[in-house]
Ligand binder design. Structure first.
Ligand SMILES: C[S@@+](CC[C@H](N)C(=O)[O-])C[C@H]1O[C@@H](n2cnc3c(N)ncnc32)[C@H](O)[C@@H]1O
Length: 253
């Protein structure tokens, strides 16, 4: 099930997404626990289908046809639409989930209102830009921090918008399978590999000159040992708080 939505950003940056971004099982289990006993679930900004539970009735919403084309034949039925105009009646799902997508929504206010309208339970996996922007990669490419500060909502905004009840910190494991921008915090050399770093939207959308300048400096620091002197303590950690947060809300009263 799909129809056309106007040319979408992910039609340009979404190529190869399903190859580079696999659901990480640790994030998935926290997400499934947060969905509670919901048996009908709407997945908004569903992309290629990562994190869609296979033991519940799921409908996906995704505006980019490039992302829709990467969904597996067996994945949930998908409707081509945007979060701010969900083509479903009020309260048509037990729960709505939105994973790593809210920072891409141009009309966030309208979109959050839609989440509240279609489901009593709302589960949003996002990142706290203030924590995210402390990761060492931003020392090399501060323009990524500027981009995320400009487009990502604060956790307070998400809490208010979905009538949030709880915020769960999801530390990023050192072997994170979901190749988002911060995923390679313990593997700096990964950022020098085009195939790997093209998984993160910030790395694809940040100014090219800034990206190449930062990556060239990273390459020099890895070669000279400067990176390890400054950040080498990280190799002792198996997981790190890079700002990922699971925000869960439910209708009050
Ligand atoms: C980083 S991907 C995440 C996809 C998927 N949720 C996942 O975890 O792999 C962000 C997704 O949000 C979608 N998106 C962007 N703007 C949107 C909007 N206004 N409404 C709904 N989805 C949107 C993009 O097309 C893209 O598929």
């Amino acid at each position: 099930m799909s129809s056309a939505v106007d040319n979408h950003a992910y039609d340009a940056i979404g190529t190869g997404y399903a190859r580079r971004r696999q659901p990480d099982p640790r994030f998935a289990s926290s997400l499934y626990a947060a969905l509670g006993d919901a048996s009908t679930v709407l997945n908004v900004g569903a992309g290629a289908g990562s994190y869609e539970p296979d033991d519940r009735c799921v409908i996906a919403v995704e505006p980019s046809n490039v992302m829709i084309a990467q969904r597996r034949p067996a994945s949930a039925p998908v409707v081509c639409a945007r979060a701010d105009a969900l083509p479903f009646p009020d309260a048509s799902f037990d729960a709505v989930m939105a994973v790593l997508t809210v920072h891409h929504w141009p009309d966030r206010r309208g979109a959050f209102a839609e989440l509240r309208r279609v489901a009593d339970r709302r589960v949003v996996l996002t990142f706290d830009p203030t924590v995210h922007n402390c990761m060492w990669l931003m020392d090399y490419i501060p323009e990524i921090a500027q981009l995320e500060s400009a487009r990502a909502p604060s956790i307070g905004e998400v809490l208010d918008a979905i009538e949030g009840e709880s915020v769960v910190v999801l530390p990023v494991p050192h072997d994170c399978r979901d190749g988002m921008t911060i995923a390679h915090w313990r593997h700096p050399e990964a950022y020098l590999d085009d195939e790997i770093h093209l998984g993160g939207s910030a790395l694809r959308q940040v100014d090219r000159v800034a990206l190449h300048r930062g990556l060239a400096r990273l390459a020099r620091d890895l070669h000279s040992g400067r990176w390890f002197r400054k950040y080498g303590h990280l190799v002792q950690h198996s997981e790190l708080d890079c700002g990922l947060r699971l925000v869960v809300g439910a209708r009050r009263g």
